[in-house]
Design a protein around this ligand. Structure first.
Ligand code: BGC
Length: 521
């Protein structure tokens, strides 16, 4: 089993022949179907910014905001469009997802990853229908909360599903497909908004909100056909089924090495009844807990959602007309999708650390460039009436480079890395912490961005750049590489690490042994 392999020759994962198997069509199709779970999250990120800038939508549900915007004659570009109620509508989804992710943890562990995905899809579908039919603001909010619950369940279960189901040396590739679906969801939503805003009669927003049901249906149908992961099956006592499945997904008869590692992890997991108590233990679990909090925190503090939520507003601010602003948001959306594909190709080859570090440096350079450009042209007063075309184009190009940097680093790896580092006994709980922290900071950025822009002006980009420096240093010093290491052998990376090894016991595989010892005492 796992522990023996490390002791002698370093990590098992360094030896790609350790777990026999090949990439089967069955596993590829299964993983592609599961990755669709990212679509609902992405669609939501992309849709709300555009819908809340459609005049008929505002007039119907937020008349005071609508009239305020109509009457706004100020030339201060930094302080436009500020409405807490409107942003609360957008961000209520993330609060709901935050709470839901904790319930999802229990469901994912007890009933399996697949049921959580299916449940998430169904709740999301109901939310989309209520939103599309909304005649009152309460329907909008209820719908939005249901969408949030769906996202909470999907984001909790899908990355785990992908990481457990993938052959370990392709885990990066397949897990990044989750992010690819997020970016496709964002892009499709931006395109829909662009076209639906033009529909005469002003009911385009109903289509924008209602079509969220399509990705939900895709997930519900695909999760019907998916099998659960071998790890989850073993964890729930269905060992024979897990063996048969492993043979099918790995395409070989000899799956003993992998099966035994999963079984060992599961046996250790059974000694620990309450994952929530254990995840907070200093010994063994501290590095995992720190990562599950810091990674989503840093991912959001890159400032990416300023672009994802507010690109049209931002582009309007720098002098584009309404149509051109929406079009530029579509351009950044395309870059986001294309750059994510780079990560699909390289996460397992170059490794996570290289991408994290390169992405960080790239984001930093272009954030500072955007801050300098806006600072020079807008100054601290923000009073500008006309801006040259070249200026707007250069800003859009810089933003595209920044988005690309995020899209091949913190975007996909922010979901991949946490989903692969937890030991089985706390995996589901750890992933909930990851989702909850992510949602909390997504909420916070959505909620306070416009206030911050008004107060900090171009300094806002320096604020995010500061965090990019912190997170890149954090990666450099504190993030061990996880590429090519089987998921149930991951605890070894902490034991080998100059800093984290102080939290690990030397004589066992993971925290379960600590519990055993405590019980014996
Ligand atoms: C993040 C989202 C972000 C998206 C952009 C995701 O990984 O979690 O907050 O909007 O990437 O592509």
């Amino acid at each position: 089993m796992g522990g023996v392999g490390f002791a002698v020759s370093g990590r098992r994962g360094d030896d790609p022949t350790q777990y026999p198997g090949k990439l089967t069509w069955y596993v590829v199709m299964t993983l592609m179907a599961a990755a669709m779970g990212g679509l609902i999250f992405g669609y939501d990120i992309g849709i709300s910014g555009g819908v809340t800038s459609m005049a008929p939508f505002l007039e119907k549900f937020f008349p005071s905001v609508y009239h305020k915007q109509m009457d706004d004659t100020s030339t201060n570009q930094y302080c436009k469009f500020d409405s807490q109620i409107l942003t609360l509508f957008t961000s209520s989804l993330y609060l709901a997802a935050l709470v839901a992710s904790f319930f999802a943890s229990t469901m994912t562990k007890k009933f399996g990853r697949r049921k959580s995905m299916m449940f998430g899809g169904i709740i999301f579908l109901v939310g989309a229908i209520i939103n599309a039919a909304a005649v009152h603001i309460s329907m909008l909010i209820i719908g939005r909360v249901l969408l949030g619950i769906g996202v909470g369940f999907a984001n909790q279960s899908v990355p785990l599903y992908l990481s457990e189901m993938s052959p370990y040396n392709y885990r990066g590739t397949f897990n990044v497909c989750f992010q690819l679906m997020i970016t496709i969801g964002i892009l499709v939503a931006n395109l829909f908004n662009y076209f639906f805003a033009k529909i005469e009669g002003g009911w385009g927003w109903r289509l924008s909100l209602g079509l969220a049901g399509v990705p939900a249906i895709i997930i519900i149908i695909s999760s019907f056909f998916l099998s659960d992961t071998p790890n989850s099956l073993v964890d729930r006592g269905r060992e024979e089924e897990a063996k048969t499945l492993l043979k099918r997904i790995r395409g070989v008869e000899n799956i003993d090495a992998e099966f035994n590692d999963i079984l060992a992890a599961s046996n250790e997991a059974k000694l620990l009844q309450n994952p929530w108590q254990n995840i907070f233990k200093r010994r063994c679990y501290r590095p995992q807990l720190v990562m599950s909090i810091m990674i989503p925190f840093f991912q959001q503090l890159t400032g990416i959602n300023v672009i994802m939520f507010y690109a049209p507003v931002l582009f309007k601010t720098i002098g584009f007309g309404s149509d051109a602003s929406l079009m530029s948001a579509v351009i950044t959306g395309v870059i986001n999708v294309l750059a994510t594909c780079v990560s699909i190709g390289f996460a397992d080859r170059l490794g996570r650390r290289t991408l994290f570090l390169e992405g960080g440096v790239q984001m930093l350079i272009f954030q500072i460039a955007v801050a300098a450009l806006i600072g020079v042209k807008f100054g601290v007063t923000g009073d500008v009436t006309e801006l040259p075309k070249w200026f707007a184009i250069v800003v859009v190009i810089c933003i595209c480079f920044y988005v690309a940097g995020f899209a091949w680093s913190w975007g996909p790896l922010g979901w991949l890395y946490p989903s692969e580092i937890f030991s089985l006994e706390i995996r589901s709980a750890g992933q909930s912490v990851n989702v909850a922290v992510n949602m909390f900071f997504t909420f916070l950025v959505a909620q306070i961005f416009l206030v911050m822009l008004c107060r900090m002006k171009f300094g806002l980009f320096i604020f995010f750049a500061f965090f990019v420096i912190v997170m890149t240093s954090f990666c450099y010093f504190l993030m061990p590489e996880t590429k090519n290491i089987p998921i149930e052998e991951m605890t070894q990376i902490w034991r080998d690490h100059w800093f984290w090894k102080r939290f690990m016991d030397d004589d066992h595989v993971n925290g379960a042994n600590e519990m055993t010892r405590i019980e014996q005492v």
